[in-house]
Design a protein around this ligand. Sequence first.
Ligand code: AR6
Length: 345
Amino acid sequence: MPLHIVRNDITKMEVDAIVNAANSSLLGGGGVDGCIHRAAGPELLAECKTLGGCETGSAKITGSGRLPCRYVIHAVGPRWLGGRHGERDQLISCYRTALALAKENSCGTVAFPLISSGIYGYPKDQALRIAIDTISEFLVENDMTVYMVIFDKKAYRISEKLFDDIAEYIDDNYVDEHTDDRSERLRRMNAFRAEESMYESSACKEADDETASAPAAAAAGKAMSLDDALSRIDESFSEMLLRKIDESGMTDAECYKKANIDRKLFSKIRSDKLYKPSKPTAIAFAVALELSLEETKDMLMKAGFALSRSNKFDIIIEFFISRGNYNIFEINEALFAFDQSLLGS
Ligand code: AR6
C-alpha cells in the first residue's frame, strides 16, 4: 500500500515496473528516458518501435531489456506551457494510466520518476504535489507499493515558503534548546525550587489552620493523577493505538493507509500487545489519528520515544502537528527536503 519517497537512479530499482518519462514518439530521448534506454539496451527500443507512439497524458507498457525490473511503463507527461493548457489534467492522467497499467499487469511494486519536471519544465513543487496526490488516491483503493524516485535533490523542492517557514521554526526551537546554557538551567531550577517550597509552606499553613479541605483536595488531585498515570502506564502502544482508532471512528484499514503503513506491519502491531514500533511508525499513526501534540507525545512515550527539541526530525513533526496539518505526504516531503527519515513503513 504505501508510498515511499527515495533518492535513487530509477534504472537501479528492483521493482516489478519502472515508469519512464517518455515523449510521444516513445523512441527515446534525454533525461530519465535516455538513462532507461541506455541501461535497458537495444531490445527496449526495438519493442518501443512497435507501439506506434503514445498520446500526451497516456502510457504504454513494454518489457524491460536488461533492467532489473519486469516492465517499463512509458508515460508521456505534458510540456509546461504556463499552466493554462490543461497540463495539470494531463499529468494526473499520466499517473493514473501508468498505475492502471501496472495493476492490469499484476505489479506489486512500481517506481516513478517525477514526470515532466525535467526537460518538460513543469514546476517541480507542483509536479511533486500532483504525483503524490494522484498516487496516494490510487493507493486508498489498491494494494501496491509505489516509490517516488527522486534523482537529484534539486528535483525535490517543497514550496519555498513552506521550506522557509520550517527552516525558521527549526532555527527558533533548535536555538532555544542550544542557548539553554548552564546559568539559564540553574536559574530555572532555582525558580522551580522556590515554587515548590511555596507550595509546601502554604500546604502546612493550611493544615495548621485545620482547614484540611485544601490539602486534602490537593492530595486527592495527586492521587487521581497518579491513578491516571498508572492506568496509562498499563496501556501499551498497541492498546492505545487500537483505542484511538476506535475513538476516531476510522476503520483499521483507513488508519494504516492514512499512516502510510503496510497491512502486514499493522497486523503485527495489532496482534502483539507489547510490539515496539520504530519512532517514524509511531509518529505516522499519531499523524493519521490527528492526535494533539500532547497525545502524540503520550503515544510516543509508550513506544519508548520522546519528541525533543534537539533534533530536526522532531521539530519538523512538531511544526506540522502544532499547525493541525496532518497530511503525511506533505510532512514526508518536508522531512525529505531537510534530509530526515520519512514517516510510515
Ligand atoms: N532516475 C530517476 N530520475 C531521473 C533520472 C534517473 N536516472 N534521470 C533524470 N531523472 P526528464 P520530463 C529525473 O527530463 O521532464 C526526454 O527527452 C529528473 O531529475 O527525464 O518528463 C523525453 O524523451 C526529473 O526530475 O523528463 C521527453 O522528450 C525527472 O526525472 C522529455 O525528456 C523527469 O525529467 C520528458 O521530459
